[in-house]
Design a protein around this ligand. Structure first.
Ligand SMILES: [Zn+2]
Length: 270
């Protein structure tokens, strides 16, 4: 890999990681109302921020990483339909092009992998909606096939989840899938090695584990956005203002508690 490419996220542009932009209330913490999202994107645009295409870090450029300017990576995990109905029209206004991570086995289906607190279901994007987003310039990444925590699986199962998802998405949309996001933010060094073996170039992760960093594989640390995050707080993250690290620590704890979904599934699935 080109030595100019930063090995991990400290040298990369800031990254915001959303799940749902929707006005449909749910008891979870991973949704943002469209009005709030619109105000934030508008403020970023007003401030001169642009979205970065993650693949640009692999291209030869005369622009040193340190002079990357006001660019941020905008990501969506899970590939929910609301990213098409609610987020996409907002982002088009500002010419913002995000990367979205798709669990390939759930295209056009309900989020049966989740625990459905209070019976709320959410649809995943269907084929036609995904095609529109790709034509608009969105980058597609893998979020495995079945959205299971890879750290609970055998090497064989991990390989299947990562390679099938990549193959399916590439075949469906005639694209190259180089990026992956691991369900529930769960990964370890072995999972990264398998991902690299399969042909992924990098992953967006909730938590950057320095002891897992491997050669020739980018780990891009994304700041997950939760229901309680004010726009002011999120704005501070892009500038990495004082308090940023403390906020990051808090989000690490929240991510740890996302394991509750896994426990819930284990307890109540038949
Ligand atoms: Zn997910």
């Amino acid at each position: 890999m080109d030595s100019d490419i930063p090995a991990s996220s400290n040298q990369l542009s800031p990254c915001l990681l959303y799940h749902k932009v929707t006005s449909k209330w749910e008891a979870g913490v991973t949704w943002t109302p469209p009005d709030q999202f619109k105000r934030l994107m508008s403020a970023f645009h007003f401030d001169g921020w642009k979205t970065i295409n993650p693949d640009s870090i692999f291209q030869c450029t005369t622009e040193p990483v340190s002079e990357k300017g006001k660019k941020f990576l905008l990501c969506f995990d899970d590939g929910y339909e609301c990213t098409y109905t609610d987020a996409y029209p907002i982002l088009e206004r500002f010419d913002y092009k995000p990367m979205i991570f798709i669990p390939s086995g759930f295209i056009g289906k309900n989020n049966d992998w989740d625990h459905h607190l209070l019976g709320r279901h959410f649809n995943h994007l269907n084929l036609e909606q995904l095609k529109v987003l790709i034509r608009a310039g969105w980058v597609i990444g893998s979020h495995t096939v079945t959205h299971r925590a890879l750290t609970n699986l055998s090497d064989l199962e991990i390989k299947h989840e990562l390679s099938e998802s990549k193959k399916q998405l590439e075949a469906l949309f005639n694209i190259q899938v180089d990026w992956v996001s691991f369900p529930f933010g769960r990964y370890n060094k072995r999972i990264l090695e398998i991902a690299r073996e399969i042909g992924y170039k990098g992953a967006v992760v909730h938590i950057l584990r320095h002891n897992c960093v491997i050669d020739d594989f980018i780990l891009w640390s994304g700041d997950a956005v939760y229901r309680w995050d004010s726009n002011k707080l999120i704005h501070r993250r892009l500038y990495r203002k004082p308090g940023y690290r403390l906020g990051k620590l808090f989000r690490v704890c929240v991510n740890w508690f996302s394991g509750c979904t896994l426990v819930w599934k284990r307890l109540f699935s038949s």
